[in-house]
Structure formats: structure tokens, C-alpha cells
Design a protein around this ligand. Structure first.
Ligand code: MLT
Length: 266
């Protein structure tokens, strides 16, 4: 499905009924990373998984995709779908940065936060420099090189060794990201502010999920978000790297389903 928003068209997938749960993908991915959740959690909630601008079936715009801009895009989609708060906002990695930007901008609209394979900290000076190098490489060497370089970092050694089909699927998902999307994301992540104070002020339930073998974001980042939040649970999933929803969908869905029960009982 597609929705025309301010300056672009946003593609999204939807499943289920009840408590709205927004699922925001990471870089350089798409809504399709949430397929196992759209199938497995539809009896528990109304799931909405958008393609961020420049990704998957959404159109691209030029310039920096700040995390606030991407949060506003998601907010506009929910408004256009007639979805009223409260909503659970969830995101994986860069999608988590967007979820925290959403919590900063619209705190009263959240029923809970789902933070997957992500961090609250801003980029270090070294990481900021690496973003520039990645932008240069995407322009010079092309996107295929960007995606080839990213793939082994996204998945756990176990997934890479045993699930070549999933590795192919993730490559296919990445291949639907445009150059404008890659550049916009990298520039936006580079300038994002630290979100620790957002978490310190967040008094509603939160679930943090981290893959035991995440090679992109160390587990200590999940632990420090857990320490900052007042009502959070941290679930570390064995056999998963940076993509627990795809690599270990059953364990992931079980954790989310328990969390949604906690949010609705509260
Ligand atoms: C992501 O998976 O969304 C990105 O790798 C996050 C990042 O580069 O900081």
C-alpha cells in the first residue's frame, strides 16, 4: 500500500487489529524485515511497517534525512491512516534512532517503546568520519559494494553459515534502497543528537531486544538504554546478529508479544 505525504510517497505494510504498533526498519533496509512480525503478531496488535523515504517502495528525496524528519514521516503516515494515539513505536538500529526522535517529539502519544539492536548515543567523531567515507564510497564504488560490505556485518556467524537463503533475502531487501536513501540516511545518522535524556524522561514501558552476536552495535549500548529507562526489559537473543526479527523470529515475537501484554495491562 502507498500513501502520498508532504513531499514523497510512502509505502507501507499493515496487518492485524488493536493497539497500533509502528515498526521502523534500519539502514539500508526496508519494511520487509518485519515480515515475520506481520505474520506472527497480527493477532496481538495492529502492525504498521513503513518504508522510510528512499527505501523499498517509497520515493526518494535529496538531502539529509534527519532522524526527526523520518519520525515526522512516520507520524504523518499514522495521521493519514486515521490512527489515533497511544501507539507503540518500535525501530531496529537506525529505526531505533527514529523511534527515539519520535519519543522526543511526541512523548504524550506513546504507549511504549520497542528498541531493537540500537543505541541512544550519538556518533563518536570517528563514526562521523566513517559516515563521510561511506557516503564517498557509495558515490564512487556504487551501491552494490555498499550492500556487499554490509551483509556479513548484519547477520550472526550462525545465520551466515546455516541460512544462505536468509542472507540472499537480506541482500535483496537492501537492493531496494536508492542512492539518495543511502546518502540521506548516512548524513542524518551522522548529525543525530544523543537520545539518553529522552530515555531518562520516558516513564512508559519499553522493550529492548539485542542479538547476542550483533557486530554493529555492542550489547553494552542495550544495557545502558536499559539502565536509563524506568520500566524496561532487556532481552538478548542467542543466534541473532543485528537482525533479530528476521534471524530468530520466534524468540523475537515471543518477547514482543509478552511486552504488548504488559503495555495493554498497564
Ligand atoms: C542500521 O543498521 O540501521 C545502521 O547500521 C545503524 C548505524 O549505522 O548506526
Amino acid at each position: 500500500m502507498k500513501m502520498r505525504l508532504t513531499d514523497f510517497t510512502m509505502a507501507y505494510l499493515e496487518a492485524g487489529e488493536g493497539l497500533p504498533v509502528l515498526l521502523i526498519h534500519g539502514y539500508p533496509l526496508s519494511k520487509n524485515i518485519w515480515q515475520p512480525q506481520l505474520e506472527g503478531l497480527a493477532s496481538a496488535a495492529r502492525l504498521i511497517a513503513p518504508d522510510l523515504r528512499g527505501h523499498g517502495g517509497s520515493s526518494a528525496t535529496s538531502g539529509t534525512y534527519s532522524m526527526e524528519l523520518l519520525a515526522d514521516d512516520c507520524h504523518a503516515l499514522l495521521g493519514a491512516l486515521g490512527i489515533r494515539p497511544p501507539v507503540v513505536v518500535g525501530g531496529l538500529s537506525m529505526g531505533g534512532y527514529v523511534a527515539m526522535a519520535y519519543a522526543r517529539k511526541y512523548p504524550a502519544e506513546l504507549a511504549g517503546l520497542l528498541l531493537v539492536a540500537t543505541r541512544a548515543a550519538a556518533d563518536t567523531p570517528e563514526a562521523r568520519n566513517n559516515r563521510l567515507k561511506a557516503m564517498e564510497s557509495a558515490r564512487q564504488d556504487g551501491l552494490e559494494a555498499t550492500f556487499d560490505n554490509m551483509l556479513p556485518k548484519l547477520l550472526s556467524p550462525q545465520t551466515l553459515a546455516k541460512n544462505s537463503q536468509l542472507a540472499k533475502r537480506v541482500h535483496h531487501i537492501m537492493a531496494a534502497t536508492s542512492l539518495q536513501g543511502v546518502l540521506g540516511d548516512l548524513a542524518g545518522m551522522r548529525e543525530r543528537p544523543d537520545a539518553m535524556e529522552v530515555l531518562l524522561g520516558f516513564k512508559k514501558p519499553a522493550l529492548i531486544v539485542h542479538g547476542e552476536d550483533d557486530q554493529i552495535i555492542p550489547r553494552v549500548e542495550a544495557e545502558s538504554m536499559h539502565a536509563a529507562l524506568s520500566d524496561s526489559q532487556l532481552v538478548v537473543i542467542p543466534g541473532a546478529g543485528h537482525l533479530p526479527p528476521l534471524e530468530q523470529p520466534e524468540a523475537f515475537n515471543q518477547a514482543v508479544s509478552g511486552f504488548l501484554g504488559h503495555v495493554t495491562r498497564r
